[in-house]
Design a protein around this ligand. Structure first.
Ligand code: GDP
Ligand code: MG
Length: 179
């Protein structure tokens, strides 16, 4: 009876975007359930693991990768993207220039990572710091998502825990479907 044996899936999800938009805070909120206002400047790629009992027969270990400081040096090394099955691109609602950078991050991502079948990996865009201000959501975001094959966009807050779980479930769902 194979019900006795849970299949265990390991999925790598990457979180990218400009410096200071809240990537580390989002990952920390999701994997540790915490938020702090300290900047944690770590150099190098870093990841945290969250285990989800997905269904009766499936356990998923999500490896959520943080670019940890390298965002300031421009484009990322290909090794950071390797084997990623989904991605979140984060910008900061209080700094409109960080939305302009989303396109740069998406181009880098699409150049460096594809699913094994050659398809684009699922990507969501996160408009973070939604607890501070939500009036500045860029008007063009819907259109941008449609044109660029973005799965969805969300207003998030790592501080208030807004939409963080939803985002991760959505990405995991997409990864499971592609698996
Ligand atoms: P990263 O450089 O993209 O990893 O950004 P950090 O996670 O280090 O966050 C940068 C700063 O923004 C820190 O001071 C965080 O406390 C703050 N921050 C991150 N997310 C939020 C949020 O959702 N709301 C608010 N108000 N501040 C946030
Ligand atoms: Mg960081």
């Amino acid at each position: 009876n194979n019900k006795l044996y849970k299949q265990e899936l390991n999925f790598k999800i990457i979180v990218i975007g400009d410096y200071g938009v809240g990537k580390t805070s989002i990952i920390r909120r999701y994997t540790e359930g915490e938020f702090s206002t300290d900047y944690r400047i770590t150099i190098g790629a870093d990841f945290a693991i969250k285990t989800i009992e997905w269904d009766e027969g499936t356990r998923i270990n999500l490896h959520v990768w943080d670019i940890a400081g390298h965002e300031r040096f421009g484009s990322l090394l290909s090794v950071f993207f390797r084997h990623a099955v989904a991605a979140a691109i984060v910008f900061d609602l209080t700094r409109p220039d960080t939305f302009k950078s989303v396109d740069k991050w998406l181009i880098d991502l699409r150049r460096k990572i594809q699913a094994p079948d050659g398809q684009a990996i699922p990507v969501v865009i996160l408009a973070n710091k939604g607890d501070i201000i939500v009036k500045t959501v860029p008007q063009e975001i819907d259109e941008y998502c449609k044109l660029n094959n973005i799965l969805a966009w969300y207003i998030t807050s790592a501080k208030n825990n807004m939409n963080i779980d939803e985002v991760m479930i959505r990405l995991t769902n997409a990864a499971v479907k592609n698996h």
